[in-house]
Every structure is written in structure tokens, then in C-alpha cells.
Design a binder for this molecule. Structure first.
Ligand SMILES: Cc1cc2nc3c(=O)[nH]c(=O)nc-3n(C[C@H](O)[C@H](O)[C@H](O)COP(=O)(O)O)c2cc1C
Length: 177
């Protein structure tokens, strides 16, 4: 089943509002008419299942754990049971590469793993160049994160440019029109 308007579904969760701010910028860049946004707090499994094109946004907390609403969605909300086959998924994660250098954007790795295990295809993988950290579950292949890494704690001045580059990359990859 496809959503009627053929939009992209953007699902996000936040603890202190940083991810939500990124969502606002991203929606503006992509075009508000092309994307529908959902707070994962509302446990939107059924809504998520309607979309062929998905963007998933989340921060990482407490030494490599999922943001609290994503954690609830993941552990109790059925996220792990979603059939991602035929779905095209782009991920972005917020994290702190200096304060949590052994767990930098781990949430992207945790969620991305499920997307892949359950048959989804991932777009918008991102070079690890320009980041300094020790370890990340999001770095599945050497030198590449499973999704865009945003660090508002240490590199806020790079965020807009990273988002613009990522959107351009998603267009090149055919994920965005
Ligand atoms: C107590 C605490 C734990 C954190 N743990 C991690 C972590 O393990 N990995 C990481 O990359 N960032 C970690 N961060 C950084 C947050 O992910 C980052 O500040 C992010 O921008 C918060 O986004 P949000 O407000 O949307 O939740 C942590 C921050 C705090 C305050």
C-alpha cells in the first residue's frame, strides 16, 4: 500500500529539540509539499508502513542508546517487525563526536541495521571524513556512515552545508526528485 499523495514519510524523535530543528530545515530544503513528518513519540508504525520513501532522523543518548521515543518504538512499538522490502530509506543522526566519541551516532547504526535486515534499501550514506571519533555503530563499511551525521554540539557551523550536500546527493541517487 502506498500513501495517497506519494510523499516521503519523515519520522523523527528528539530529546532536547535538536533533531526537530534539523527536520524543519530539511523539510524546507526538500519542499514541504513533498514530505509528511511524524514524531516517533506517537508510535507511528502503521503510518510508516504506508511509505515507499522514508527518512528516519534520530539522536543517540546515554552511551550509544536510541533517543527515548525511538527506543520505545524499537523495543515495544513494533519497529523491529516492519517489513522494509521495497522501501527506500535515508537516515540522519545527531550526536556528539567529542563527548561520546565511542558511540558517535550509534542510533543510526542500530536503526539502519533493522532496515537492512528487514529488506530495505539505504540511500544517502555519508563519508566519515571531517569527523573525529573513536567508534560508531553507524560506520558499517570503513569510511562510510549509514546516514548523514550531524553534530550540533561541536560542528554547528557545518550543519547547513552538510544538509544541502546530503539533499543534493539524495537527488543524484534518485531518492529525491
Ligand atoms: C547525557 C547525554 C548522552 C549522550 N550520548 C550520546 C552518545 O552516546 N552518542 C552520541 O553520538 N551523542 C550523544 N549525545 C549527544 C546528543 O545526541 C546530541 O546532543 C544531540 O544533538 C541531541 O539531539 P536531540 O535534542 O534531538 O535529542 C549525548 C548527550 C547527552 C546530554
Amino acid at each position: 500500500m502506498k500513501n495517497e499523495e506519494n510523499k516521503i514519510g519523515l519520522f523523527w524523535g528528539t530529546d532536547t529539540g535538536m533533531t526537530e530543528e534539523i527536520v524543519t530545515v530539511l523539510v524546507e530544503m526538500i519542499g514541504a509539499d513533498k514530505v509528511a513528518t511524524y514524531n516517533v513519540f506517537d508510535n507511528p508504525k502503521e503510518q510508516l508502513e504506508q511509505y515507499e520513501y522514508l527518512i528516519l532522523g534520530l539522536s543517540t543518548w546515554y552511551d550509544g542508546e536510541l533517543q527515548s521515543d525511538w527506543e520505545e518504538f524499537h523495543d515495544n512499538g513494533g519497529f523491529q517487525d516492519i517489513d522494509f522490502s521495497g522501501k527506500k530509506v535515508a537516515l540522519f543522526g545527531l550526536g556528539d563526536q567529542e563527548g561520546y566519541d565511542e558511540y558517535f551516532i550509534d542510533g543510526v547504526g542500530i536503526i539502519g541495521d533493522i532496515v537492512l535486515q528487514n529488506g530495505g534499501e539505504i540511500f544517502g550514506k555519508w563519508s566519515t571524513e571531517g569527523y573525529e571519533y573513536t567508534q560508531s555503530k553507524a560506520e558499517k563499511e570503513k569510511g562510510q556512515f549509514l546516514g548523514l551525521a550531524i553534530d550540533e554540539d561541536n560542528q554547528p557551523s557545518q550543519t547547513d552545508e552538510r544538509l544541502e550536500q546530503w539533499v543534493a546527493q539524495l537527488k543524484e541517487e534518485g531518492f529525491l526528485k
